[in-house]
Design a protein around this ligand. Sequence first.
Ligand code: MN
Length: 257
Amino acid sequence: MEIPMKILVTNDDGVQAPGLLALAQAMRKLGDVTVLAPDRNWSASGHVKTMERPLRVRETRLADGSAAYTSDGAPSDCVALAVLGVLDETYDLVVSGINPNANIGHDVTYSGTVTAAMEAVICGVPGIAVSLNSLPEHGELDYAPAACAALRVAKQVAARRLPEGVFLNINVPCLPENEFKGYMITRQGLRVYRDALVRRNDPRNRPYYWIGGDFPTGIPEDGTDVGALAAGYVSLTPLQLDLTARSALETLKTWEF
Ligand code: MN
């Protein structure tokens, strides 16, 4: 008998987020699912390794009554803890999400959802990040179409294996599944951030600051994650941790020090 795949499911929105429940339920169709996710929202926390304080792991339950684990660490801490054996298990795949908002272009460096998949690849386990491209006007979200897309992709990862050092960043349009145009392999596009400084005074009249502004947009160029979502496709971007700007190497070698 074939040994079932062991899948770790995590997220950056907290263990009780509805996107995580939808993802865990979908992944149970592919293998044995363990959930270890943060006990609070770590969205836009980047790639974290907690080193200056102890981490705790405790049992909890998802809204469907299934057993899960939660930690006071970041999403990447959750992956590291799990892969290092905190639950005395090993994993064949790490899937992170489903984040309610897209993680496209430069978002990947901020995203806790994506950095959980980054941590997986560092640990030598295939990683997939899944995000839904919802906008503020979408209201209550249906994660089922994105969960189906995640399952389709995870099945391919299980059957074909990812290249060494590569993890997948999936972004799903906020549409019913039968309205997806298809699945498109993309590169990172350009986000347009519209951040603005919000400066206010606290009750003791000391200034405090908030990085506010409008929801980001993007340049919907063909072949990019931004373009795929704009055209109604599920976007699959293969990412790697090597951020070297190869095109700059030769120029910099002409500098004199
Ligand atoms: Mn999030």
